[in-house]
Design a protein around this ligand. Structure first.
Ligand code: DQA
Length: 162
């Protein structure tokens, strides 16, 4: 099984009732249920966590990265502000994929900047709860190919550092 930690940042515990016009009505439990079904099909062992605290999120990232698990992360508002989070991803050597429910690039200018994007393998945003599923599939594929690279992936140019 491929270990992947799904990390949710601040205010995502309010999904379902939080600004539904932007984030929809799916709750974190709904997202978790969907991810667990997908994970089974992908051969992924999931750990799922949410916190409203920056330091705790940094701790979760370190724990995942140092244990060799991949990270699917919606850092929420800390995406745009947290140097500590970026340093945790880089410092723990984690393979991370950044996800957002909303299309952050179609929103306020302060959401256009992601401090963690440069240390993530890729980003999925704008597909609502489906962003998580797409991110999980991409991350599982990336981690699987690291264990046994396919010739077609090696020549595609995507993630050529892998
Ligand atoms: C979010 C986008 C962030 O800008 C915002 O602060 C969030 C949620 C998203 O999933 O669309 O809390 O990460």
């Amino acid at each position: 099984m491929i270990p992947i930690h799904v990390l949710h940042g601040p205010n995502l515990n309010l999904l379902g009732r939080r600004e539904p016009g932007i984030y929809g009505t799916a709750t974190l439990d709904d997202i978790e249920r969907d991810l667990r079904v997908r994970a089974e099909g992908l051969g992924v062992a999931l750990t799922i966590r949410q916190t409203n605290h920056e330091g705790e999120l940094v701790g979760f990232v370190q724990e995942a990265g140092l244990s060799g698990a991949g990270i699917l992360i919606n850092a929420a508002a800390y995406t745009h502000t947290s140097v500590a989070l970026r340093d945790a991803i880089a410092g723990s050597g984690a393979v991370a994929v950044e996800v957002h429910l909303s299309n952050v690039h179609a929103r306020e200018a302060f959401r256009h900047v992601s401090l963690i994007a440069p240390v993530c393998a890729g980003i999925v945003c704008g597909f609502g709860p489906h962003s998580y599923g797409l991110g999980l599939e991409a991350l599982a594929r990336l981690l699987r190919n690291r264990l046994s690279p396919l010739p077609s992936d090696a020549s595609s140019g995507a993630n050529s550092q892998d």
